[in-house]
Design a binder for this molecule. Sequence first.
Ligand code: G3P
Ligand code: CA
Length: 256
Amino acid sequence: MGSKFNYAVLMNTTFNVPKHKLIGHRGVAGLRPENTYCSFVYASELDLDWIEFDTLLTLDEKWVVMHDDTVDRTTNGYGLVRDMTLQELEKLEAGLWFLPPYPGQKIPTLAGTLDMARQLNLFCNIEIKGADHTPEHHALLITQFLLDHSEVDLSKIMLSSFTLPCLIKIRELMPLIQIGYLIEEFAANTITIAQLYNFSCINCNVKKMTSENLAAATAARIPVFLYTINEPVIAKFWLSKGIAGIFTDRADLLLI
Ligand code: G3P
Ligand code: CA
């Protein structure tokens, strides 16, 4: 990695507002097993054009789509994703835990998910998990991944993470890629940071959101997305206040 590559080629264009102002959270996590191919297909069937999903590195440094550090909750296996190889992870069932169960769903790879998204014409918010201890390494690997997958339309990708140093490194490597500044709640310097690193939007926990913070972001012309909203009343409230969009597990309930 490093000077050998021209990261500036990984550029992007304008931000695309999600259809219905909805982003399918982990696909449609309330209706299908989260972060699985069937969840992403169902998001598309519900007329969403944006999905969000989480990605983690395996022991052999492959990107897989999974929310938790361990496979315990959402598969029939046990253990940390970072302690397992892709080959080991691909043997697991990722939809049996759900009610009703979805047999045959494997843990998606990032490559497979982006391939499916391309076929379904979906925009993707890729949330990078597990980067706290090695933020720059994660940034280098996701950049390398996108460089290696030149078939991916970068105008349809937004990267995000709770690990700010990872986002800062990604911004250095990919000056124009869309980055969502993922936060639990606004701090005094949130807007300054978003401006400094040219982040595309701020993605905040709805439970910690305030009208004052939204007004400040709006004044700075930074779009705000809120996660995770599944109740129509709460969705309507924040949309009327001017948020850019909503991450939802239940797009079926929020579609008007
Ligand atoms: O990106 C919004 C949301 O997905 C962040 O929280 O825990 O669902 O990944 P979490
Ligand atoms: Ca997420």
